[in-house]
Ligand binder design. Structure first.
Ligand code: 5GP
Ligand code: MN
Length: 344
C-alpha cells in the first residue's frame, strides 16, 4: 500500500475521526468500519462510525454496533461530527453517490480523506487511496492496513470477528473467484485470534425471520422469470410485495443468487421497487461483466460478477428495459455459458 508512512504520521497523535460506508451497509461495509473503529479506539483516537442508512439486523452482533450513528436518524449530530472530523475514512464504496447526503459532507470537509475500497473504477476525491480490485473484501484491506501500520498486536477477537464477517460474505462463503491464497492466509491468522467462524456464519445466515423465508418462497414461486434463450433470469418485487411480507432491511439480500444458481443462467437480476427509485442487483457467471452492464445502463457499478444500479422508470418499465437490453448481449452470454460448461 502506498502512503502508509504519511498516514502513520497523521495517526501518530489522537484525532477526531469519522468512518463512513455505503448506504444499506452489508457485512463487509459494516464489518470493515467497526474493525477499523475498534482499532483506532485502541490507538487512542476518537472514531465514530456514521452510516447513511440503517442496515440488516443480522449484523447487530458486531462489536461497536451500539455506537453506530445512522445519519437518517441523527442528521444534526452527523453533520456536526463531519464538520469536526480531522480524518474521514470512506470504506467499501467507490463513488460519493453511494453514500447519499453524506457525499456532500465528505466533499465539503477539510479533513484528511482516506478511501479504502475494492470496487472497480473509483472516484478520486480522497487524499489517501488504498484501493485494490483484487482484494476479496474491504475487510482484507483493513486487515492489511493494520498490519502495514505495524500494529499487529492491536488485533483481537472482536476486530477479527468483524473482519471475518466481511471476508466470509464478500467471497460468498469462500467460493467466489476472489477467494485467493491471501484470503485463506488471513483467515488462518483470524483463527489464531480465536474467532469462532461457525458462530459468525450462524449469526449471519441462520438468523432468518419467518416472514423473510415466506417471502423467499413467494419470490421463487411467483416472481422468478427465466429467459432461457437469453441465459438470463430475474425476480421483480413491488412495494406491495415488500409490505405484504413486512420486509425488513436485508430481507432481499441474497435473493439474486437463487436466480443465478439456475443451470444455463449467466446473468441474473433482482429488481426492487423502492419509494424513491427502482433498485437493481446483478450477478453473473464467468467473464460477463455486470459492472459494465450496471454502469452503462443503470447508473451503477460494482464488481465483475456482482453489481448494482438504479432506475428512475417505474417497475414495469425497468423490467422491460432490462429484458430489451438482453438480446444485444446474447452472444456474449452464450460464450460464457459455453465456457462454463466446457471446463474440465
Ligand atoms: P448488491 O447487489 O449486493 O446490492 O451489490 C453488489 C455489488 O455492487 C456490491 O459490491 C455493491 O457495493 C455494488 N453496488 C450495488 N448497488 C450499486 C450502485 O447503485 N452503484 C454502484 N456503483 N455500485 C453498486
Ligand atoms: Mn465489499
Amino acid at each position: 500500500m502506498q502512503d502508509l508512512v504519511s498516514l502513520r504520521e497523521i495517526l501518530r497523535t489522537p484525532k477526531k475521526i469519522v468512518i463512513t460506508t455505503h448506504a444499506k451497509p452489508d457485512a463487509d461495509a459494516l464489518g470493515s468500519s467497526l474493525a477499523l473503529w475498534a482499532y483506532l479506539k485502541k490507538k487512542g483516537h476518537d472514531p465514530k462510525v456514521i452510516t447513511p442508512t440503517d442496515y440488516p439486523s443480522f449484523l447487530n452482533w458486531m462489536n461497536g454496533n451500539d455506537e453506530v450513528i445512522i445519519y437518517e436518524d441523527n442528521v444534526q449530530l452527523s453533520e456536526k461530527l463531519f464538520q469536526e472530523a480531522e480524518v474521514i475514512f470512506c470504506l467499501d464504496f467507490s463513488a460519493l453517490s453511494r453514500i447519499n447526503e453524506l457525499g456532500d459532507l465528505v466533499k465539503n470537509s477539510s479533513a484528511t480523506k482516506v478511501l479504502i475500497d475494492h470496487h472497480l473504477e473509483p472516484e478520486y476525491f480522497a487524499d489517501f487511496v488504498f484501493w485494490d480490485i483484487k482484494a476479496a473484501a474491504t475487510a482484507v484491506l483493513i486487515y492489511k492496513l493494520i498490519i502495514g501500520l505495524g500494529d499487529r498486536e492491536y488485533l483481537d477477537t472482536c476486530i477479527g470477528e468483524c473482519i471475518y464477517a466481511g471476508i466470509m460474505t464478500d467471497t460468498g462463503s469462500f467460493r467466489h473467484p476472489s477467494t485467493n491464497k491471501e484470503v485463506h492466509m488471513i483467515i488462518a491468522e483470524l483463527l489464531n485470534l480465536a474467532v469462532d467462524v461457525s458462530r459468525i456464519h450462524r449469526l449471519i445466515y441462520d438468523n432468518n425471520s419467518e416472514s423473510k423465508l415466506r417471502f423467499l418462497g413467494y419470490a421463487l414461486l411467483e416472481k422468478l422469470v427465466v429467459k432461457r434463450d437469453l441465459y438470463a433470469a430475474y425476480i421483480a418485487i413491488s412495494e406491495g410485495d415488500l409490505k405484504r411480507f413486512d420486509s425488513q432491511t436485508g430481507d432481499t439480500e441474497g435473493l439474486v443468487n437463487y436466480a443465478l444458481s439456475i443451470d444455463g443462467v449467466v446473468i441474473a437480476a433482482v429488481i426492487i421497487e423502492r419509494p424513491d427509485s427502482v433498485k437493481l442487483s446483478f450477478r453473473s457467471k464467468g467473464d460477463f461483466s455486470v459492472n459494465e452492464f450496471a454502469r452503462k445502463h443503470f447508473e451503477g457499478g460494482g464488481h465483475l460478477n456482482a453489481a448494482g444500479g438504479k432506475s428512475n422508470l417505474n417497475l414495469e418499465d425497468t423490467i422491460k428495459k432490462f429484458i430489451d437490453l438482453l438480446p444485444a448481449y446474447k452472444e456474449q452470454l452464450y460464450q460464457n455459458y459455453k465456457l462454463e460448461k466446457s471446463l474440465c
